[in-house]
Structure formats: structure tokens, C-alpha cells
Write a protein that binds this ligand. Structure first.
Ligand code: AMP
Length: 359
């Protein structure tokens, strides 16, 4: 039954295998639905719980933290790796999205070795379907009015990130519905980093009575505060340093909230202040020094509806979030680290902080 499940070749992970006697635990890679279902069915009969971590690959510590938590709360962890075309708009970066299959598997294998020491569960399964498997009847469309079977969650999908990326959450909700139907996980794991996604997935699970529990894990950050993201490899040193302004701005606004402010303007002004001054500073610098960026939005929103709030309700708290777009580098300096794509790939950075009720 498990014929199309690829076992990871033992030579590839010779080093990590020597570290423990877990060769029998090498995970399976499924590319088709039926064999994965057969494997899953056996897990049900064995009364094993499954935690699913959906990803688009290019794995970093943020993804691994989800798998780590999943392993602490389940008998087995399934990780899906699939770059979903329907969540990229027609002019977005589907082709340039980083794909790092070999190092993804190495990272998962190393994590699995770590989990052996303390976790309840292990990573047993990678699901890496082709697009023909995920979209079996029609070629997937990224057009707003394009044909296809899609899941839409309105109006949550149309604010914030959805305002600039109109098909994004339709694609996310559609692919997650497919993944949840295929895997039938007991729990699914998502990162706080993509906060709007977490709100939409929760709503979708509730509205469609999907029998799974949505678990949200904290945002993993670099030591300087930059939220980890697969797209950070495109930043390079100059844009990375300037891009930090987003998390700094959000932290300034959070300080206002912690200091007792509840009105929108009182909370947000220091964030706008910092962003504006950083924009002007870049515009006044020479092209060899600067990293220009556009501010898409800074939001203070209701945690359930994502509608903007004028005053944060004491018992509810709010979501403070923002997005900026780092523009291509205009003029490189000799020997400068411009990141993957030589600094020419625009990079959208998003980040958020939760303003907890009564904090
Ligand atoms: P992606 O591969 O970017 O679609 O992300 C897959 C999952 O990893 C999503 O649930 C993301 O929210 C989560 N994730 C991405 N970056 C981070 C991060 N820095 N910290 C925690 N979770 C993250």
C-alpha cells in the first residue's frame, strides 16, 4: 500500500543516523493522496494522534518550532511541503519563491533526532504533492475571477494582507482545506507570524465543522528582532538592517499599550513617527547607501473580526500588525552582500504583536 512513499536514502543522513538508533524512524515522503491515506488509516486503528504542520518549504527555525510543538502534543507529526500556486497573484513571486528541498529534509531529520530525546511524538511523514495532485481537475488559477474550486472566507480575507493580495487567502484557505481533508489531522499548527492566516484558518475550521484543533505557535525571531521568514534570504545586509524598522515600530506602539493607552491614535503614533522618519532618512541618502521601502499598512484590529478599532476593549485586546515592502536596491557597493537575487527582488515584510486583554 505504501509503494509511493519514498524512504529517505540512508546514505543521505548517515551522520544523523549514527547519532541514534532511529533508522527505523526515517520519515516517509508521500507525493500521492491514496498511499498517505492508507498510512493515516493505520494510524487511526493504532490510536495514534497526528499533528499537521503545513509549510511551503524553505524551512527555518519558525517552521521547526511548529514541528517541535506538534511533536510534544501528538504521537506523529506530518509536515507538508508544497508551494501553493493559487495563493500567489499573477504578478507575484511564485517563480522566485525559494525552494530548498534537500536542506529542508536535512533540517527535519536533524529535528527528528532532537525530538527522540524528549518529545512524545516524532516526525514520521512528509507530504510533498505535485500541483496535479492538489488540483486534480482544473489547472489552478490565480486570477480573481478564474475558474476553480475555491474556499473563500469573507470579509476576513479581504482586509490587511488581503487588501494588497486579493487572491492570497482564497489560495491559503483552499489549500489548507485540501490538506486537512487529505491528512485528517487531530491538530494543525500555524505560526503567529502570519496572524491574519491564523484568524482565517480558525474561522474556516469553525464554519466548515472541520474536525481538527488549530494550534498557534509564537513568532520566532532573529536575535535583533526580525521575524524569521523564508523570504528574508532575498534581503541582503542593507535592506535587512532597514527592514528592522517594522518590528521596532510595532514594539513602540506596544509600549504605549503597556503604558495604559487604549485609544488608536495614542497607541499608533510612535509607530508612524518612526516609520516616517526612517522613510525620509532613506530618501535623503545616496543610492549606494539607501534601502527604500513603502509602508503598506499599520493596523490595530479586533482579534476576531480584524476590523480596525478606535479604542481597544479591555476584555478583548487587539492585534497590532504591519506590512512594508522593501524595494530593489538601486546601486550596489563593491562586494556588498545583496542577498539572493542580487537585491532586485522586492521583499514584503509582515509582522505583528498581540495586545493582550487587560495587559
Ligand atoms: P510558510 O512556509 O511561510 O507558508 O509558513 C508555514 C508556517 O510556518 C505558517 O504557519 C507560518 O505562520 C509559520 N511561520 C513562518 N514564519 C514563522 C516564524 N518566524 N515564527 C513562527 N512561525 C512561522
Amino acid at each position: 500500500m505504501l509503494r509511493s512513499a519514498t524512504r529517505i536514502p540512508s546514505t543521505k543522513f548517515a551522520f544523523s543516523r549514527r547519532m541514534s538508533s532511529t533508522a527505523a524512524n526515517a520519515f516517509r515522503v508521500f507525493r500521492e493522496v491514496d498511499p498517505l491515506r492508507a498510512y493515516r488509516r493505520q494510524r487511526v486503528l493504532d490510536q495514534k494522534s497526528i499533528g499537521l504542520v503545513p509549510t511551503m518549504g524553505a524551512l527555518h527555525q519558525g517552521h521547526l518550532s511548529l514541528a517541535r510543538q506538534a511533536a510534544q502534543e501528538n504521537d506523529e507529526v506530518f509536515v507538508s511541503i508544497y508551494v501553493n500556486p493559487t495563493q500567489f497573484g499573477v504578478n507575484e513571486d511564485l517563480d522566485s519563491y525559494p525552494r530548498t528541498w534537500d536542506s529542508d529534509l536535512e533540517k527535519l531529520h536533524a529535528l527528528d533526532q532532537e525530538l527522540a530525546a524528549y518529545a512524545r511524538g516524532r516526525i514520521t511523514t512528509i507530504f510533498a504533492p505535485t500541483t496535479k495532485v492538489m488540483y486534480p481537475t482544473l489547472p489552478p488559477s490565480s486570477e480573481i475571477d478564474g475558474p476553480g474550486s475555491f474556499v473563500t472566507i469573507s470579509p476576513l480575507a479581504h482586509v490587511l494582507e488581503g487588501a494588497s493580495r486579493p487572491v492570497f487567502f482564497r489560495g491559503v484557505a483552499t489549500v489548507c482545506t485540501k490538506l486537512f481533508n487529505i491528512v485528517q489531522p487531530d491538530k494543525v499548527y500555524f505560526g503567529q507570524k502570519d496572524v491574519q492566516q491564523t484568524v482565517i484558518i480558525r474561522r474556516m475550521v469553525q464554519d466548515f465543522h472541520i474536525p481538527t484543533e488549530v494550534r498557534i505557535c509564537p513568532t520566532e525571531r532573529e536575535p535583533d528582532g526580525l521575524a524569521m521568514s523564508s523570504r528574508n534570504v532575498y534581503l541582503g545586509t542593507r535592506r535587512r538592517a532597514v527592514g528592522l524598522v517594522l518590528s521596532q515600530a510595532l514594539h513602540r506602539a506596544q509600549e504605549q499599550y503597556k503604558g495604559g493607552r487604549r485609544r488608536r491614535d495614542d497607541i499608533l503614533w510612535p509607530a508612524y513617527d518612526l516609520l516616517n522618519s526612517r522613510v525620509m532618512e532613506q530618501e535623503d541618502s545616496p543610492p549606494t547607501e539607501r534601502a527604500l521601502f513603502d509602508v503598506d499598512y499599520i493596523s490595530l484590529a479586533d482579534p476576531d473580526t480584524l476590523q480596525e478599532v478606535e479604542v481597544v476593549e479591555e476584555g478583548k485586546g487587539a492585534i497590532l500588525s504591519g506590512a512594508i515592502k522593501m524595494l530593489p536596491i538601486e546601486e550596489a557597493k563593491e562586494g556588498e552582500d545583496l542577498g539572493l537575487g542580487d537585491g532586485q527582488v522586492p521583499v514584503r515584510l509582515i509582522d505583528n504583536l498581540i495586545l493582550k486583554p487587560g495587559a
